[in-house]
Design a protein around this ligand. Structure first.
Ligand SMILES: [Zn+2]
Length: 321
């Protein structure tokens, strides 16, 4: 999947210099580093380099990348199942707003480069509405996730991106920020690896209950999400999925709690989502600020454009003005 020179890939602990390679082995250039080639370099997992500094505080455990754990088997089988993906798409509908945002993201990237390099954080699964991003051969895609997959270039932790400063023209981060412990730090890392004028697209849930169990930590309003990227100027901002989708999620967890049955909850969820989502078409746009299923931010890196706390409330476009 990696089409270009890998000279922008670096040790997560020593981010200033590119890694050195020896055949299939990757190592830190710093001879004293625990990840130098002399010390054995970075471990690989299912053929993919694991560029995580396990000596720092991280949600990832090095033992998890030695053999396939049941949870990772679950991920691999789940996300490689194209049929299940198709069913979810039919019942859940295509996310037209994400598709439009993805088109705009690529359009903005190509203003700066004919062959932009894009970092996809959370690439283990191809995100909803991102088909065009994966199909465009002029885009140099680099995917990271905490588990390997066909679309993962490196296993890495978003809190410690293993890339040199200014390595990317764009960063796509969809359905990831809710799973990180320190979103502000992740946003700062995105800022660091983007070139000046680089484009970010971020999407994260708001009115959705806990998913992926123990690894779900955050929810953001539209403006709270935007504030993470305070050194970016806004190209597009708003909510995704209206009250119909939100109601279907609430029914799912209502059924799950009441009947203690996950499968029943999933069946009921999709049977409601199938028709409830059509009400969203008739819903006032302001509802997408007050109670959206998720929120998005598309922005351009611009250090001169620092968003202050004072200015933050003026961005609100919901019902409560
Ligand atoms: Zn190092």
């Amino acid at each position: 999947m990696l089409h270009t020179s890998d000279a922008f890939v670096t040790c997560p602990r020593h981010v200033g210099e590119p890694l050195v390679r020896n055949g299939e082995s990757w190592g830190c250039r710093n001879a004293n580093c625990a990840y130098s080639l002399r010390m054995g370099g970075f471990q690989t997992y299912l053929g993919i380099p694991v560029l995580i500094d396990f000596s720092s505080d991280t949600l990832c455990r090095s033992e998890a990348y030695v053999e396939v754990s049941p949870q990772q088997k679950f991920y691999l089988s789940r996300y490689s199942n194209k049929f299940a993906r198709l069913i979810r798409r039919i019942v859940g509908g295509s996310n037209k707003l994400t598709i439009a945002n993805c088109e705009r993201f690529i359009l903005e990237l190509k203003k700066g480069s004919h062959s932009p390099r894009v970092l996809i954080i959370g690439s283990g699964e191809m995100g909803q509405g991102t088909d065009i991003l994966w199909a465009d051969n002029s885009v140099q895609r680099v995917g990271i996730d905490i588990y390997p997959s066909e679309t993962t270039t490196f296993v890495a932790d978003a809190h410690q991106l293993p890339f040199l400063e200014g390595s990317f023209d764009g960063v796509w981060i969809q359905a990831v920020l809710e799973h990180v412990a320190e979103p502000l730090r992740v946003a700062a890392e995105i800022d660091r690896v983007l070139k000046d004028g680089g484009i970010v697209y971020s999407e994260t849930p708001f009115m959705q209950q806990v998913h992926e169990g123990a690894y779900d930590f955050q929810r953001f309003t539209v403006t709270g999400h935007r504030f993470l990227f305070r050194r970016f100027e806004t190209l597009a901002i708003g909510g995704l999925g209206g009250p119909g989708v939100v109601l279907a999620w609430a029914i799912r967890y209502f059924i799950w709690g009441l009947f203690r049955n996950r499968s029943l909850a999933t069946i009921v969820f999709y049977s409601f989502l199938l028709w409830l989502r059509f009400f969203d078409r008739a819903t006032d746009q302001r509802a997408l600020w007050d109670g959206p299923s998720g929120t998005f931010f598309l922005g351009r890196k611009n250090d001169a454009n620092f968003l202050t706390q004072r200015a933050l409330p003026t961005l609100y476009r919901g019902f409560q003005v």
